[in-house]
Design a protein around this ligand. Sequence first.
Ligand code: NAP
Ligand code: NAG
Ligand code: NAG
Length: 389
Amino acid sequence: MDALAGSPLGWLCVGITALFGVTILCRAKRSLAGKANVLAWSLLPVLLGLLCMATLGAGRGLVACAACLISSMYLGSRELLPVGDKAVLITGSDTGIGHALAKYLDNLGFVVFAGVLNKDGPGAEELRRTCSRRLSLLQLDITNATQVQEAYLKVSKKVQNTGLWGVVNNAGILGFPADGELLPMNTYRQCMEVNFFGAVEVSKTFLPLLRKSRGRLVNMSSMAGGIPLPRYAAYGASKAALSMFSGVMRQELSKWGIKVAAIHPSGFRTGIQGTSDLWDKQEKELLENLPVDTRQAYGEDYLLGLKSYLPRMPTYCDANLSPVLSAILQALLAKRPRGLYTPGKGAYMPLCIFCYFPLWFYDFFIRKMLSTDSVPRALRTPEAESKNL
Ligand SMILES: NC(=O)c1ccc[n+]([C@@H]2O[C@H](COP(=O)([O-])OP(=O)(O)OC[C@H]3O[C@@H](n4cnc5c(N)ncnc54)[C@H](OP(=O)(O)O)[C@@H]3O)[C@@H](O)[C@H]2O)c1
Ligand SMILES: *[C@@H]1O[C@H](CO)[C@@H](O)[C@H](O)[C@H]1NC(C)=O
Ligand SMILES: CC(=O)N[C@H]1CO[C@H](CO)[C@@H](O)[C@@H]1O
């Protein structure tokens, strides 16, 4: 033992063990639940450190202690603040993730302001019926400045004393997934209007309340906003704009004590893909705006096949929304929330490949992952043509 403690590695090991003990001690002191365990918890790392050094030797003991420290810091970042009387505004609570989130947070005891596109719609009705009286519904089309202002007045009146803890910019639209060349300008504009300008206007309007509470801003971006994915030129670009906005907000708002987090979910089964009526309408709009040459080059069957992607979408998606809901809860309540959460299957890996590998490899990976059978008419070879028949 003496020989070990005398070596530089031994001292480093002692240092790291002490640091580990101190972090645990601080955490246990802060947490309301584990007061009785404070001593036990701070003795544990000391014993662990000694044991490591005695049995593994200084070098490996050091590695083991460092691993303990890192994992305890990771767990610490997941530690949650109490819900108390925290108030949260959610946009787009009519359906899908926003709707589920409103119920989930209401259940946990939050004061929920559920912004809905249609206050008389079935989604709003359902929330009225199933949620506690803490939940208030707000008519809130985020693209309508008047409604954003009205919602702000209502919320600020209600939270006078306690402030607004969080804003979840959830409302969003998908638009029609198709090749960027084919998408009408209108789709690009609508996506930007809701997914970007709407979220920016809501954030700007409610920031004074968040500054008072030193609260949280959460943006529901998307996997498609962090990495390029075929068919998502309009949607992805609007989400990427939102991502960049919130990245800058995270840097600027930290001086006010506001923490900003982005959620990049993969596929979850919600109403986002729309209904067959909507697809018909979007297909018609796409076809009407297409120059004759382009229409010829892609071919009628390719163009009419675009729509078939939408009804297949839910089968790739997870019906269980709880990974997204817990990611949002982490973003709202974790003492040290991360800047980016990637809930859902396959949300993280493509992002990693995009960030750390050459672009050609990423493109290859995506092509393999999303291989589609449809080929524009002008690109079809005679052999492929005969296979199709
Ligand atoms: N589901 C996924 O797999 C997935 C993946 C990545 C990211 N996301 C993002 O997660 C968020 C929620 O999506 P979701 O899947 O839950 O889709 P959703 O069911 O369509 O929910 C979006 C909600 O936003 C509402 N909304 C649309 N335009 C609005 C506007 N101008 N003002 C206010 N509300 C508006 C919609 O109302 P109506 O229903 O009345 O139109 C709907 O209630 C979106 O931002 C989406 O981009 C979802
Ligand atoms: C915006 O909302 C106001 C108030 O609800 C409404 O009177 C107005 O018609 C809306 N404007 C648009 C462009 O939808
Ligand atoms: C990455 C993303 O989704 N958009 C931004 C949202 O906010 C986080 C935290 O500020 C940033 O990391 C993202 O760039």
